[in-house]
Design a protein around this ligand. Structure first.
Ligand SMILES: [Zn+2]
Length: 340
């Protein structure tokens, strides 16, 4: 819950900050085109454009498009449950400093968006990537994101083509804010697009090596709803209840029955959601349990060549392909470094 008193406190906090800390001057209005001589691009005048965003894959996509011209701050720490994350009052500092705020939306980061709306400077835009990538008819609702609860599965970025749309929306927003560098953002986007298209092909070729009867995903956390249909995989279930608690004893029993009946070779979890019951479920059902799929945690340390959206997706595909009886070597040499 995000209480009114918290808002009030944060608003006061903002006023204090504005009064004494004098954060970077706002870059809310792009300079008029006719005024070039006297008004150099806002970004050049004041240093890098400050972009506040949320989960690490999105922060990485944004960084690939902005390159050296922007400084990206991801408010949701890596390896955290982004679905239940509550920002700290100190995250208001990031919001106050932001020239642009970019979120997934689709109800993934409501507390952070509330914080942003209460604390952002006048004229600073909040870009909702997910809501501008698919129409409501394309939303996926399922066990973990039931339609009765009203919030669709928000994991659009796990489909590389949707991630490309996220990049395009970022390019458009940065170009509007900083038109003097629009060509650079366009070039960065073009490089990102080329790599995404290569990734899309490599994923399909890798998934194609999985025996057809094994092209089924049973995951703990429900993050492959938009990925699976793109590549001919079927999500036969996700285990995590909609409130992110552990499955009930009844659900566990049903799951073991389902696993036995469908002869699923592996079930997948993620390090962000360690679940002791899953090892037992897999053992009872004769499957293996692998807990390294990721939707909001980049592999490697910051600065490592695989610490990227591409690295995360390649790791996921290698993990699921190996466990389901395919040949992960098809994608193992893929260039996972950032394009910018
Ligand atoms: Zn997730």
């Amino acid at each position: 819950m995000f209480h009114k008193s918290t808002f009030l406190m944060l608003s006061l906090f903002t006023l204090l900050l504005a009064a004494c800390a004098a954060p970077a001057a706002p870059v809310t209005e792009p300079p008029a085109a006719a005024d070039e001589a006297s008004t150099p691009a806002a970004a050049e005048e004041m240093g890098k454009i400050q972009v506040a965003t949320t989960v690490s894959p999105i922060a990485n996509i944004v960084a690939n498009i902005g390159g050296d011209l922007i400084e990206v701050t991801g408010i949701v720490p890596e390896g955290t449950n982004s679905h239940t994350f509550e920002p700290a009052p100190s995250d208001a500092l990031t919001i106050v400093a932001a020239d642009l705020i970019i979120v997934n939306g689709l109800d993934l980061e409501e507390p952070t968006i509330n914080l942003a709306e209460a604390n952002k400077r006048d004229g600073v835009e909040i870009i909702f990537l997910g809501n501008n990538t698919v129409s409501p008819e394309e939303y996926v609702f399922d066990f973990s994101f039931p339609i009765e609860a009203g919030s669709p599965n928000p994991h659009l970025w796990m489909n590389p083509l949707y991630a490309l749309r996220y990049a395009e929306l970022t390019k458009d927003a940065l170009s509007e804010l900083d038109p003097a560098n629009a060509e650079t953002y366009a070039a960065n986007y073009a490089a990102f697009e080329e790599r995404i298209n290569a990734l899309d092909v490599a994923i399909q070729e890798t998934i194609n090596t999985i025996p057809e009867e094994n092209r089924r995903l049973l995951t703990y956390h429900d993050s492959f709803a938009y990925f699976a249909p793109r590549y001919g995989l079927t999500v036969i279930g996700a285990i995590q209840p909609s409130d992110f608690s552990e499955p009930s004893a009844r659900e566990v029993a049903d799951l073991i029955t389902q696993l036995r009946e469908e002869e699923i070779p592996a079930i997948f979890g993620s390090e962000v959601f360690p679940s002791p019951v899953l090892d037992q479920i897999a053992a009872d059902a004769g499957s293996i349990f692998i807990d390294t799929l990721s939707d909001d945690d980049l592999p490697g340390d910051p600065g490592a060549p695989n610490h990227s959206y591409f690295g995360m997706m390649v790791d996921n595909v290698v993990t699921m392909t190996r466990a389901l009886g395919g040949d992960p070597s098809v994608i193992e040499g893929f260039d996972t470094s950032n394009v910018n």
